[in-house]
Design a protein. Structure first.
Length: 140
């Protein structure tokens, strides 16, 4: 609170959203790692991209908890990862939606979408907190 912005960390909604994103990335990472270790699923660019994005999210998403005091940095972080997850959602949906690949592939699709959706929520929340809040403070 010493910085004058009134933010001392992540809001409860943003914290819950970030936890959901991290858990979704862990689930996607585990299932896709299983796919890569098996010979039953073709390993191509799609599955490698999804694995890399989920690993990066799991590894670096802890930084979003530390950047909670500065909405500009967390906004940039959430924008970048939301676009990466959007591409992962498109890749998984185009490859696995209408094929009979099984329930695990559909689980990867679902949790990829959950990660993207909550990242998009984080972008909207950070935008409002960082820029909308600044306008209301300067008007006072």
């Amino acid at each position: 609170m010493a910085d004058g912005s009134g933010r001392s960390g992540l809001s409860p909604l943003l914290l819950l959203s970030s936890i959901i994103i991290w858990c979704s990335a862990v689930i996607v990472m585990g299932i896709v790692s299983y796919f890569i270790s098996q010979d039953t699923y073709p390993v191509g660019r799609l599955i490698i991209y999804t694995e890399v994005i989920s690993v990066l999210t799991v590894a670096f998403f802890v930084a979003s908890f530390l950047l909670g005091k500065s909405p500009g940095y967390s906004l940039l972080f959430n924008i970048i990862f939301s676009y990466l997850w959007l591409v992962a959602v498109v890749f998984t949906a185009s490859a696995w939606s209408h094929s009979g690949v099984g329930a695990l592939a559909h689980t990867v699709e679902a949790f990829s979408f959950i990660a993207f959706f909550f990242l998009f929520f984080n972008v909207l929340h950070d935008w409002h907190a960082g820029f909308g809040g600044a306008r209301s403070r300067s008007a006072v």
